[in-house]
Design a protein around this ligand. Structure first.
Ligand SMILES: C[S@@+](CC[C@H](N)C(=O)[O-])C[C@H]1O[C@@H](n2cnc3c(N)ncnc32)[C@H](O)[C@@H]1O
Length: 286
């Protein structure tokens, strides 16, 4: 266990590749998973609206996390439909599959899969809809993943996923990140093409990757929302400390280091606790 006065964080990127989702990042995400639907509902609601009626469809939820969207998709596709939720992180998937709601008789049957959506040997031309909320930015090879998902989708089937825009348009991560930069050694920026929260934020590049993987009618829609941090300053700081990826660079930070990080974050919590945030909604047809 690193000591509190370690000059350097552990040797890690601080970003979110598959290994990290299978490890500490996933563990933290699982612990905070109760807030995912409240925080990110605006993304999935926009995606459902864009997809339109889903009754009777076979749906895949990529990087399904705690399964909030998977269960919503099961309700939307109804008893005649089926939904598969895949996630690389076993802990979060246990939360998803362990929920009593998962067996709701009002919706489609749900199959939970522990695996990598990029390499999973999906049945060919199986799904009508491939959906993801913030689960497609972490592929080791996005082109290979988009091609694998294309093979799994029936001709004419649809892809719809939301992701973060480029880093400079992502204050929900950038504001705390910049504040922490003065206090702890931050990991280097993720290299281009590597898995990280902003990896699909270059719209033209992502559209080109989707087209190269066989997807057609590729479109992108810009989404906007005002995100609310908890009212109490301490709660807002605690929320950031628990959820901002860069705090993973100092995963065992306690004592003085943690106090310094909390102070730096407290200084940039907006007075009205609100952050305007953008997101991208990509859609395409197989
Ligand atoms: C930011 S979380 C989003 C979770 C969920 N979609 C939500 O909106 O609440 C990203 C999720 O994608 C999963 N993930 C990342 N890469 C994956 C991959 N290659 N295959 C399957 N799941 C993956 C992570 O384990 C994590 O649960």
């Amino acid at each position: 266990m690193p000591r509190d006065d370690d000059p350097e964080p552990r040797d890690r990127t601080g970003w979110q590749g598959l290994d990290e989702w299978r490890g500490d990042v996933g563990r933290r995400w699982a612990a905070a998973s109760g807030t995912a639907d409240a925080q990110f509902g605006w993304l999935s609601e926009a995606t459902y609206r864009r997809l339109g009626p889903l009754g009777g469809t076979r749906v895949l939820d990529v990087g399904c996390g705690n399964g909030g969207t998977t269960r919503a998709l099961a309700r939307l596709s109804g008893r005649a439909g089926s939904v598969t939720g895949i996630d690389a992180n076993a802990e979060v998937l246990a939360i998803a599959g362990g929920s009593a709601e998962a067996t709701s008789s009002n919706g489609a049957t749900i199959t939970w899969l522990h695996g990598d959506a990029q390499t999973q040997p999906w049945p060919a031309r199986h799904f009508d809809v491939v959906f993801s909320r913030l689960g497609t930015m972490f592929f080791e090879d996005a082109g290979a993943a988009f091609a694998n998902l294309h093979r799994a989708t029936r001709p004419g089937g649809r892809l719809a996923f939301t992701c973060w825009p480029a880093r400079e348009h992502c204050p929900v991560l950038l504001v705390p990140l910049r504040a922490l930069a003065g206090v702890v050694p931050l990991p280097p920026s993720a290299p281009a093409g590597s898995p990280n929260p902003f990896s699909l934020g270059d719209e033209a590049d992502t559209m080109a990757r989707l087209a190269a993987a066989g997807w057609r009618d590729v479109e992108v829609e810009h989404l906007h929302a005002t995100l609310a941090l908890p009212d109490a300053l301490d709660d807002a700081v605690a929320h950031w400390l628990a959820t901002i990826p860069v705090t993973l660079a100092v995963p065992h930070a306690e004592g003085s280091r943690r106090t310094a990080m909390a102070a730096a974050l407290a200084a940039v919590v907006p007075a009205d606790r609100r952050i305007d945030q953008r997101a991208l909604l990509f859609t395409a047809r197989a």
